[in-house]
Design a protein around this ligand. Structure first.
Ligand code: C5P
Length: 322
């Protein structure tokens, strides 16, 4: 356990990003959260977290000065919950969490949530504990609606707040160009704008979003040839996109530009601000990234990651001590 750890023992964990291949808002819940029907997809792009056994109180260090290093960081809250779940009392201590941040903040790519899931895994390994799976899931759900997805990754359908998860057969391996505008969007703002736009569009229906189609067909998830997840064409949409794009028109410009440059689908991810394009070839994905990295935008080429590779990529690794 922590107190018996040699100072300097360390564990490193990758925290992969996600996109939402589709995001439908199905209602507003009694707890104020929105009901969702979303398909999460994990990506190879990742932060790296290293947990080092140190003396003294818990600390976070991050190479991105915009990332909070106090107890508002989900990594801190994850550490507290794991500490309590292990039956520890008193002040959280004995570890420094070092975060190498590559997933931009407030980009809809799940960086904070993925870091939190990585903290649950990494600290469990460092503290040599195994939380029973239901406890691990409930710790993750307490940290945020997206966090449970990052325990398993791959392709998954998320219902309720997005935290009731159904693993799907992996989406076909795909190149992904991410374009991150020079502004972020807070999740709370995006849902607030969506609600406001719904009320002004149809006062009697708080969930009938501005871009919602009346002729909506059923939702189906199938497998092409029994192997890959496929969504019905009408399901490829993000209900939050129109409301965020109304405040940040660059979002729609990027969506259109990615399609012009060969993406077979492009949309805003989650609550924004990033926009993704799906490409069948790395060359096209790279060309699109080159063309779109201007006006303060960051463009990155990455790829989808299936469930088995996700497990290998995000498995905590003990670091050898000098
Ligand atoms: O769960 P998380 O802390 O990531 O959510 C941030 C905010 O986003 C919530 O406080 C809520 O306002 C909004 N949200 C929502 N419905 C969801 C997920 C998030 O309204 N399903």
């Amino acid at each position: 356990m922590g107190s018996r750890l040699r100072s300097g023992a360390a564990v490193s964990v990758r925290a992969c990003a996600k996109i939402n291949l589709t995001l439908r808002v199905t209602g507003v819940r009694a707890d104020g959260y929105h009901g969702l029907r979303t398909v999460f997809q994990s990506l190879a792009m990742h932060d790296t977290l290293t947990f080092v056994a140190t003396r003294g109180p818990f600390r976070i260090e991050c190479d991105d000065p915009r990332c909070p290093t106090d107890d508002s960081n989900l990594v801190w809250r994850a550490a507290s919950l794991v500490w309590q779940a292990m039956g520890r009392r008193g002040e959280l201590r004995g570890v420094t969490a070092q975060i190498k941040k590559r997933i931009p903040l407030q980009s809809g790519l799940g960086g904070g949530s993925s870091d939190a899931a990585a903290a649950i895994r990494g600290l469990s390994r460092l503290w040599r504990t195994t939380l029973p799976e239901p406890l691990e899931r409930s710790v993750a759900a307490r940290l945020g609606a997206d966090v449970p997805f990052f325990l398993g990754g791959g392709t998954a359908l998320g219902l309720e707040r997005g935290d009731l998860l159904f693993p799907l057969v992996d989406f076909a391996p795909t190149w992904v160009t991410l374009v991150i505008p020079p502004f972020g969007v807070s999740t709370q703002d995006a849902f607030g704008w969506f609600d406001g736009d719904c009320v002004s569009a149809r006062p009697d229906s708080p969930i009938d979003g501005p871009n919602r189609r009346r002729d909506e067909g059923g939702f189906w998830i199938g497998a092409t040839g029994g192997r890959r997840t496929r969504l019905a064409p009408g399901e490829y949409r993000n209900d939050l996109e129109a409301s965020v794009a109304a405040r940040h028109p660059d979002i729609s410009r990027i969506v259109r530009a990615l399609r012009r440059r060969g993406a077979h689908y492009s949309a805003m991810s989650g609550s924004g601000s990033s926009v993704f394009g799906l490409f069948t070839s790395k060359e096209l994905a790279t060309q699109a990234a080159g063309a779109l990295s201007k006006n303060g935008r960051l463009a990155v080429v990455t790829a989808t990651v299936g469930r088995i590779r996700y497990a290998a990529l995000t498995d905590p690794r003990p670091l050898l001590q000098a």
